[in-house]
Design a protein around this ligand. Sequence first.
Ligand SMILES: [Zn+2]
Length: 226
Amino acid sequence: MNTDLPVYIGRAIDLAAHEGYPGHHVYNALLEKNLVRDRGWVEFSVYPLFSPQSLIAEGTANFGREVVFTETERLAFEKEVLWPAAGIDPSRAEEFYAVQDLVKKLAYATNEAARQYLNGEIDPKGAATWLQKYALMDEKRAKQGVKFIEKYRSYVINYNLGEDMVRSYIEKRGGTEQQPQKRWREFEQLLASPRLPGDIRQGQPPVITILRSQNFLLTQKGDRNF
Ligand SMILES: [Zn+2]
């Protein structure tokens, strides 16, 4: 977690869901249980950060907030528990999140800043100005955003594009907000199997199912035939 800049109440549940439950912690625990321990695929004990796997990891971690809470449940928890605990008057919580949701729609402006900066079309200052103008960041956050792009490069797309791809994949398979059990099941299956972004874009079954259908013997511990 980056603590260079203050973290506000609007990020509390986001961060808990993203880093902990049902995000990264659960993702890594399920990969370890299903792939490393049950199947003996020791290569899954290593997590390559700069890899397609990170789109699934960040996308599911961001989408996790909507799996663990419906919007109504989350707002009720924020107003009744979280905001009073932080000493903040919750009477304008709905309004606060309505604005946050609108700002979130500008998230792809970050990808565009990264694209232009990494392509050498704009300099760091230009990228920071872009983020302030189109992603409504304040100056400090925009500068931090540019540093992130410098260090992690195209990794930035894993958060917003990843989240949208994961949501679309799960909802297409019936895991809508109205069907929370199905949503959980699809989410768990996505976390517990080896996937690539192309798999969820086309709504394909997991790699493992494809391999099994091609008579690869994958069900026994130690089999790693691909
Ligand atoms: Zn993350």
